[in-house]
Each structure stands twice: as structure tokens, then as C-alpha cells.
Design a protein around this ligand. Structure first.
Ligand code: PLP
Length: 442
């Protein structure tokens, strides 16, 4: 009997593409996804990894399960509120609704009354100004780093930005603010030393080449010991006397002081202290979308808005909508997590601990995202075996716990109470997979 090469029984590409279920999938999936999936499965069959009779069912289930975005939701059980790897601030329900609205054609740059072009994102700007009346004007750009580059470029291109050596911040993933500023041809005039900078250091640097003074809040680290920095108030006095603009990069994005974070700078206080422009991020403590906020004196904000770079770093309509709704709506998740009631956290944690039969330990949350370094936010965590972490991360829903001191800690601070049952289900699932694994090994 002739030996038939099983590969000759592998379905042909065109026959697979003509299957009714594949034709139907074209309403949900793009052509390149469908063809890529077909190609991948046929390659496996040709390599002998998949029997020819399995090609069609494998293809149909792959298309049915295909997710058009690879970004997956994660339950943040780390206790770190602004978690950079998890996309920083989760949006409020109001902001989510605003994003959905803004996803269509919208009047982001149109005056519906007279049909003419309007100032882009006027609503978000007004919301920012009413939340921070100390500012005469505001400009919203793509993110905090863009705001910093725009401000320093518009005020000091080809000239100098005076900045203290103690404020050369690296903001993560190897990006340094100093490199960012110099990338547009601005020269940095470093003054003082790493640990101590005095008012006279700044004054000594002023000259005809001075474009502006920059004060950076060292948001993601703390220097302790023999240190000295110049208060914004004092710096404001000398910059005003020398007619040099003072830019304050706060990073975190509090618009007004927060009683939970007494040492964290805020926009209103920085303006009152004499900053001409204050820079903050939209997705840190403000709890909104990624955005760079520039607030300050009208004349300077207008100068920045007119600079060509402003167009290159302009904010997206989705971000503008979300920012306005964050400012005008109820407290966003970041603010709720920051002000979470410790007793209530304890009750929720106890309930899950009892259901799972695991201990509760004291656990400090953190602001994170380069905010309030070293400030503990007292709370609680479920204590689970360390090897549960990977099972929680890869489960459904994905849960990110904190692995610390040989334990897997689940902190509910950043979990909405309505999701406690999902944490419970995920932990049960992970514990049972783990029990199965150790039984298999035993
Ligand atoms: C986070 C931060 C930035 C960068 O802001 P992004 O919104 O992340 O671009 C700049 N300066 C300081 C002090 C920061 O903390």
C-alpha cells in the first residue's frame, strides 16, 4: 500500500479563508490578523505539530478567542497607588464616560454657535483654572516630560537654564530630565552641589544668557543628612528682581495641599511662592489621564502655547476629555486609595483572610509613581505563600500582588471594594492550582 504523506491532507489556505465562520470573523477581525492566524496554524501542521484534521477546529477557536487588544486589566494588589508599570492612575467613572464620548466626532476645536474654529481643549483648561484659581492661565500637553521640554525650550533655547545639581532627577527607565532639557539645544547651568545649594549660587549664575531658572521637585527620592536647598519663596524673590522666569517642575500633580501628604508640593502653593510656571503630570496624584499641565502667568503660558513645539506635544482629545471630567467629577480612584479608611481596609482584608484561611499582616501602601517617596500609607495585606505570585499574575483576572520578605502580599488599598470577590476567586483559584502542582510533584 502506498504511504500517503499526511501533509497532503492539510487544508489549503483559500479553503480555510472561505469557511463561513472565517468569513463571519472578518466583521470582528482585520484581514491581516485572520491571514496571520491561518498561516501560523498551517505552519504548525506542516511541521507535523498539528494533525491535519485539527487545523480547522484550531483555527475557528483561535479566531473566536482572538482579543483585539493585548492590554489586559490587572487588579493592583500592591498597595502602590500610582503604579507606573500598571499605567499609573486608573480613570474615574466620569473620566471613562468622557473618553467614550470623546472617541467620536466632538467639538474639541470647534465653536458650535458660530461654526468657527475654537481654542483646542478649552473645557479642560477652564476646569484646570477653576480647580486652581491661583493660575492666570493653563496649557495642557502630552505629558509632564513634554511640558518640561516645552517650557525650557520656549524660555531658554540657545541659552541657559539655571538648575541645582541636587535636582538632576532620573525619572525611570533611564530617562534623565537633564538629557531631556538639553535635547532641544538648551544649556544647563548647574549650580550648587549634590547636597547643598544656596541662594547665592543661583544669583552668581545669572547673566545675559539666562533663559529661566528651573526648580525640580526630587519626587522619586529623598536626600537626607547635610543638605540645603533654596525654598521656592526665596528663589522667587531673586528671579523677580532679576526679571528671570522661574519654572517649578513638581511632578506629582497635587493642585492644592493634601493633609495626607504634608511634604508633597502642590501647584497652588508653588504659584503663591512665586513660580511663574508650574509643571505637573495628569496621571500621578491628580488621578487623571496622561497629560502635562502647565499653569502660571498668562504672558508666559501664551508664549509657550505659541511655540512650534507646542503643536508637537499637544494633548489628545481623549486625554482632554478625561482630564476635564477628572477635575469636575467625583473623587478619582487615586484620591480614594490615598484617603482609604484604615478600619474599612482591615474589615475587608479580614473577611477575605477568613474565607481563605490565611493570615493578615500590617502592610504600608505607597503613593508611588515618583510621589511622596518614603511616606508610608498604613494598611493591611493578606499573607500568601510567595510562589502564589506568578499564579495570581497569570490568572484570570490578573492580580499583581507584592512579593516581599518571602511572602506574597495582597493589599486591598487600590482594589475597589466591589472587586473583593474577584480577588477572593483569583486567590482560591491560584491556591488550588498550587495544591494541584504540589500533589503532582509529590
Ligand atoms: C514624573 C515626573 C516628570 C515626568 O512627567 P511625565 O508625566 O511622566 O512625563 C517630570 N518631572 C518630575 C519631577 C516628575 O516627577
Amino acid at each position: 500500500m502506498d504511504h500517503v504523506d499526511p501533509r497532503r491532507m492539510i487544508p489549503r489556505t483559500n479553503d480555510l479563508l472561505a469557511l463561513p465562520a472565517v468569513v463571519e470573523a472578518r466583521h470582528r477581525l482585520s484581514e491581516h490578523v485572520i491571514r496571520g492566524t491561518v498561516r501560523g496554524i498551517l505552519d504548525r501542521a506542516r511541521r507535523g505539530e498539528l494533525p491535519p484534521t485539527d487545523v480547522e477546529p484550531t483555527l475557528l477557536s483561535a479566531l473566536a478567542e482572538y482579543q483585539v487588544t493585548s492590554i489586559r486589566p490587572v487588579l493592583n494588589a500592591t498597595g502602590v497607588i500610582v503604579h507606573t508599570n500598571l499605567g499609573r492612575a486608573p480613570l474615574s467613572a466620569d473620566a471613562v464616560q468622557a473618553v467614550v464620548t470623546a472617541s467620536g466626532y466632538v467639538d474639541v476645536e470647534l465653536d458650535l454657535e458660530d461654526g468657527s474654529r475654537s481654542r483646542r481643549g478649552g473645557g479642560a483648561r477652564n476646569a484646570l483654572l477653576s480647580a486652581c484659581p491661583a493660575a492666570e492661565d493653563a496649557l495642557i500637553v502630552n505629558n509632564g516630560a513634554a511640558a518640561l521640554v516645552l517650557a525650557t525650550t520656549a524660555l531658554a533655547a540657545g541659552r541657559e537654564v539655571v538648575v541645582s545639581r541636587g535636582e538632576f532627577v532620573e525619572i525611570g527607565a533611564g530617562f534623565r530630565l537633564s538629557d531631556l532639557i538639553e535635547s532641544t539645544g538648551v544649556r544647563l547651568r548647574e549650580v550648587g552641589t549634590t547636597n547643598r545649594t544656596h541662594l547665592r549660587d543661583y544669583e552668581g549664575a545669572f547673566g545675559p544668557d539666562t533663559g529661566c531658572v528651573l526648580k525640580v521637585h526630587p519626587s522619586n527620592f529623598r536626600v537626607e543628612g547635610f543638605t540645603s536647598t533654596v525654598a521656592l519663596e526665596d528663589l522667587g524673590t531673586v528671579t523677580r528682581a532679576n526679571a528671570v522666569p522661574l519654572v517649578a517642575d513638581l511632578g506629582s500633580g497635587l493642585l492644592a495641599p493634601d493633609s495626607h501628604l504634608p511634604d508633597e508640593p502642590d501647584v497652588a502653593s508653588a504659584l503663591a511662592a512665586g513660580a511663574d510656571v508650574v509643571i505637573a503630570s495628569g496621571d500621578k496624584l491628580l488621578g487623571g489621564p496622561q497629560a502635562g499641565l502647565l499653569l502660571g502667568r498668562r504672558e508666559i503660558i501664551e508664549r509657550l502655547a505659541r511655540h512650534p513645539l507646542a503643536r508637537a506635544v499637544r494633548a489628545d482629545k481623549l486625554a482632554l476629555a478625561a482630564l476635564e471630567a477628572t477635575l469636575a467629577g467625583g473623587p478619582p480612584p487615586v484620591v480614594q486609595a490615598l484617603h482609604a479608611d484604615v478600619e474599612q481596609l482591615r474589615r475587608r482584608t479580614d473577611k477575605l483572610a477568613q474565607a481563605l484561611g490565611v493570615p493578615v499582616v500590617a502592610h504600608d501602601g505607597r503613593v508611588g509613581g515618583g510621589g511622596a517617596p518614603g511616606v508610608p500609607l498604613p494598611g493591611w495585606a493578606l499573607q500568601l505563600p510567595a510562589d502564589l505570585a506568578v499564579l495570581l499574575r497569570t490568572g484570570n483576572p490578573a492580580v499583581l500582588p507584592r512579593v516581599h520578605d518571602g511572602a506574597c502580599l495582597v493589599d486591598l488599598r487600590c482594589i475597589p471594594a466591589a472587586d473583593d470577590h474577584r480577588i477572593l476567586a483569583a486567590a482560591r483559584q491560584a491556591l488550588s492550582v498550587r495544591a494541584g502542582q504540589s500533589a503532582g510533584q509529590g
